[in-house]
Design a protein around this ligand. Structure first.
Ligand code: ADP
Ligand code: MG
Length: 444
């Protein structure tokens, strides 16, 4: 079925799209309800689902009388991150039973979230160091460890990194990562099916308990009560507890005083919004992971335009990478501006023709007046063309407007310069890096 469907998709999609996004999908097998396809990465999967799932479904229903779900499996299978929506209670119960057969302790960690993949900067240094200390020597100095910070600043990443590191050193360690909601749901199910003892015992046997987003327990008294007892039991038997929250313990409304005071027994570490340099470093790291090269000026553009939420920053990067890959072009600043135009709303510095002239003149150690002149010596012609090209790329000025500001040159001279540089850029890496350099400085 898949081969037939694939052949049909080939007919309707452009060659580029087909070979980029459809061809790499490998048929792994099917069940009664679903067709399972292998994808090379989670990024790939996300993109295919967003853009082509509908088409794939249609292509399959065109060649098969039965309707199938499409499921994707990433080449290296990884456990679902815990932040996924909770399964329905009925299902949950079934899953619980399956779980019991294998092991009581599903660490539930996201293997991608490690210390290696975390960029340490001024804003998260303290939380990073504290997390490493805990991962290296659990339950010695900092127990509990309480990490707080705004949305998308890396709390979930850090607690997973602690778990992954401990597990890497000691695969038998009994580690569990729980979102507060999951803790609550499991507790409610245990209550409903009269398995509270089992629930309690399980938690009390753990070596490391990671509880993410404790603020969601606010106002849920029974959950807090249960967590309080779990906390005490673990703490008394010298087991490490790590808790995250979007707020400082005192600022979480509806959190019981006795829990709050326990959090203050240990170490409280904050994560602040990242500065631009850290954001650039994160973008570089993520794009390396995706094996995509993003030029410095583009990274800077995204970092400056983004909010401090790193998840959003990553979203921008993925969008840009997808666009580049779909159009078969390399990522450039002008592409980034185009793709992000609805997201980054003119937060960027307004670049003027005069700024560009000054920067280019400085770069080539010539005078702005020489740049504007009509002198046709090579040491001036090339910088002039580069300046004109950048003006066209980074300002909204028209050809005549640019000509006007370059000593009254006519329209065709300007067009000629732009074309000339455009053409050379693809074959001349030196020129390319010169242009990128100048653009980067313009945005600093
Ligand atoms: P939070 O739990 O604080 O809302 P997450 O831990 O889910 O935030 O982080 C959001 C995204 O940003 C994740 O994909 C994470 O990998 C990434 N991220 C956050 N901080 C960093 C960092 N310092 N280095 C690398 N990636 C980061
Ligand atoms: Mg989180």
């Amino acid at each position: 079925i898949w081969l037939e469907a694939q052949a049909n998709l080939k007919k309707v999609l452009t060659g580029q799209t087909f070979s980029t996004w459809i061809e790499p999908l490998k048929f792994l097998g099917n069940t009664d309800e679903a067709i399972i396809l292998e994808v090379p990465s989670s990024f790939f999967q996300k993109y295919v689902i967003e853009k082509y799932l509908g088409m794939i479904r249609e292509a399959i229903s065109a060649v098969s009388p039965k309707s199938y779900q499409i499921e994707f499996q990433i080449v290296e299978p990884k456990p679902e991150p815990a932040a996924e929506p909770e399964p329905k209670p009925a299902k949950e119960e079934k899953k619980e039973k399956d779980k019991d057969k294998k092991s009581e302790f599903i660490p539930n960690l996201n293997p991608k979230y490690t210390f290696e993949s975390f960029v340490c900067g001024a804003s998260n240094q303290f939380a990073y160091a504290a997390s490493q200390a805990v991962a290296n020597k659990p339950a010695t100095n900092y127990n509990p460890l309480f990490i707080y910070g705004g949305v998308g600043l890396g709390k979930t990443h850090l607690v997973n990194a602690i778990g992954n590191q401990i597990l890497a050193k000691n695969p038998k360690a009994k580690i569990c990562y729980y979102s507060s909601e999951k803790f609550m749901n499991e507790m409610i199910n245990s209550l409903r099916y009269k398995k509270m003892d089992e629930f309690r015992n399980k938690f009390r046997k753990m070596d490391l308990l990671l509880i993410d987003d404790i603020q969601f327990m606010a106002g849920k008294e029974a959950t807090q009560e249960e967590f309080f007892h779990t906390f005490n039991a673990l703490y008394e038997s010298h087991k490490q507890i790590v808790v995250t929250s979007d707020k400082f313990p005192k600022d979480i409304p509806g959190l019981e005083e006795r829990l709050r005071s326990r959090f203050e027994w240990g170490l409280i570490a904050d994560i602040q919004p990242p500065n631009v340099e850290t954001k650039v470093a994160i973008l570089k790291k993520k794009s390396d992971q995706h094996q995509v090269n993003i030029p410095d000026d583009v990274a800077l553009f995204l970092a400056e335009g983004a909010t401090s939420n790193i998840r959003e920053l990553e979203g921008m990067l993925i969008r840009l990478e997808a666009f580049a890959s779909l159009t078969g072009n390399e990522i450039t600043l002008s592409m980034a501006r185009e793709v992000m135009k609805d997201i980054i709303v003119e937060k960027t510095k307004e670049i003027t023709v005069e700024m560009i002239q000054k920067q280019v003149a400085e770069h080539f150690r010539i005078k702005v007046s020489e740049l504007k002149s009509d002198k046709r010596i090579k040491t001036l012609v090339v910088p002039r063309q580069i300046a004109i090209y950048i003006c066209r790329e980074l300002t909204k000025s028209s050809f005549p407007e640019i000509g006007e500001k370059f000593g009254g040159k006519d329209h065709s001279t300007i067009i000629h310069s732009v074309r000339k540089i455009e053409k050379q850029l693809s074959s001349d890496p030196d020129l390319k890096s010169t242009v990128e350099d100048i653009k980067k400085k313009l945005f600093m």
